[in-house]
Ligand binder design. Sequence first.
Ligand code: MRU
Length: 356
Amino acid sequence: MKIEGKEFRTIWFDNYVVKIIDQTKLPHQFIVKELKTVKDAINAIKTMEVRGAPLIGATAAYGLVLSIIEKSDLSYLKKSSEDLIASRPTAINLKWAVDRMMRKLSGVNDKEILKLAIEESKAIVEEDVGFCKSIGLNGLKLIKEISDNKKDTVNILTHCNAGWLATIDWGTATSPIYHAHQQGIKVHVWVDETRPRNQGANLTSYELNEEGIPNTVITDNAGGILMQRGQVDMCIVGTDRTLSNGDVCNKIGTYLKALSAKDNKVPFYVALPSSTIDWSTKDHKLIPIEERNSEELSHVEGMDENNEIKKVRIYPQKSKSLNLAFDVTPAKLVTGLITEKGICEASEKGLKDLFK
Ligand code: MRU
């Protein structure tokens, strides 16, 4: 998608170096950063210079390429794969991408391994772009239906950033919105700020602005009243891990939006590529929920009137905090799953019928 009118992807491989857009600096600064070692890739995932389930999967795949460039040594590659998987625990795409790479590279000789690793990581990236595009075309039908009935702007609420910045291109939750906009359907997006890291305000609003899509940032708690007032036609969010029973793990606060949507009869959709489905975990209590640094809560960062980035404390030093990064929305609150293969019910049967 576009930044200042120029097409970008979130990650690319260029002359044996991996390039990323440093998302910790957005929306105030646009900085392309180079990753040269597997440690750089792990650090980029941990510090959230790259974030979003599909993008951290792609970064991990390229991280293994960097590991092979550093040392053509199997035990180093194995250690790199373990460290990459451990860098963020909740999004399943990370493990999915690393496992896929390691399967492809197992038993491959020293001469072939780098070439194969580059090919497979590029395949993961291209596949994600294709999946996100198909999610968009499938979700477009839902937006078009509302638009045809309403004959007015469709108001869509989204949480966190499940936009192109969280993937390679298009995004998951935003892809139907981009497709609708490109077809001339009038859309407006309610963007949940998404405390504590503000991925909604910093990233979703930014990328929608760059594509010329009307959007309004709201506090995380505003969705309820907007739904009561009939100002939300549908919700679309992303997911970091979807269980085979249709339960959806996503950015903290998603569950409360789904409850409110149910109470107000607002359709609540989750958009996902199949790489986000965890077929083996049966109980949502077994999903490792990432607990992040309390400084993300106690401090906020922004640009002051002199265009300087400043970080300030917003509550007493003595106060304790708990920073859970994700929650789980039970399948019964989800109207449907928008995938690359089509839209299905959030249930074991729905998913199995689509992904036989
Ligand atoms: O902590 P983040 O910013 O990595 O969380 C991102 C999300 O929760 C997204 O909604 C999810 O990864 C889906 S991305 C298409």
